[in-house]
Design a protein. Structure first.
Length: 255
């Protein structure tokens, strides 16, 4: 009788263990589902602050509790989320962009990472990024589609179906603020005073542009906001020898 009970207990424990594993996997799948979402309009709906927060070390994106970036993978999320437009979503009233705050909480060695610039014409960076006197080192930023396709992009981050267009303004931050000097992006207003990048260092940053017409910078390509206390050393800009400089920023269609 005791052997029979023991066997039943083992079976129950095994079933419980399997159920826990299945539940864990089931919970993990939705957390990555937003990456597969195709971009069908200039406004991306349905991504909550909680979902944003799962890709950072802490915080809720508010001024008093910014999203914390503590490791290379979290910076990867930051650049790709910005490139896909998830940080340019409107507030509940659908009148203004829900601006987000970010804070670097450690020095980051980005060796092996190739990322797109954070901010494009369609989705400029209009948030607030505080480096907190930390540095980002050994990072490659590029607009080259082939290089980005080989750099482990998230699902949905594709160029072939028109989801993304090649950026022409390139830097760690590509476009900061609106291109036309207004306080609107895609018909939504934003607080220009909150749009800032500060207390940040770059070391060994390589910015590469493969487009035939381009505007480049190291910390940023184009800025219509505040940059304060940002330093760069031992870094480089690389453009095609035949590339022509962009002189009419607001007139360029795919920046």
């Amino acid at each position: 009788m005791s052997d029979t009970r023991l066997t039943k207990r083992k079976k129950a424990a095994l079933i419980t263990g399997i159920s826990f594993i299945v539940l864990s996997v089931s919970l993990a799948i939705p957390s990555l589902a937003w990456f597969a979402k195709a971009q069908t309009s200039s406004r991306l709906d349905g991504l909550s602050g909680t979902a944003h927060g799962s890709y950072f070390n802490g915080g809720d994106g508010s001024k008093d509790n910014p999203f914390e970036i503590n490791n290379p993978k979290q910076l990867y999320y930051f650049n790709w989320l910005q490139d896909l437009g998830y940080f340019n979503m409107p507030n509940d009233g659908k009148t203004a962009i829900d601006q987000l705050y970010f804070k670097l909480t450690s020095d980051l060695d980005m060796t092996g990472y190739t990322l797109p610039p954070a901010g494009t014409k369609q989705y400029p960076f209009v948030g607030n990024f505080d480096g907190a006197s930390h540095s980002i080192s050994n990072l490659v930023i590029t607009n080259d589609e082939s290089a980005l396709k080989q750099a482990d992009p998230p699902k949905g981050a594709t160029y072939s179906d028109g989801t993304l267009s090649q950026a022409q303004i390139v830097g760690f931050f590509g476009v900061v603020g609106s291109l036309d000097g207004s306080d609107k992006v895609n018909s939504y207003t934003y607080d220009t005073k909150a749009n800032a990048i500060k207390n940040l260092g770059f070391d060994g940053l390589d910015v590469i542009s493969s487009s035939s017409s381009t505007l480049m910078g190291l910390a940023a390509g184009y800025v219509n906001g505040l940059i304060k206390g940002v330093g760069v050393k031992d870094s480089s800009l690389q453009a095609k020898s035949s590339a022509t400089p962009i002189t009419d920023v607001a007139g360029v269609k795919n920046i």
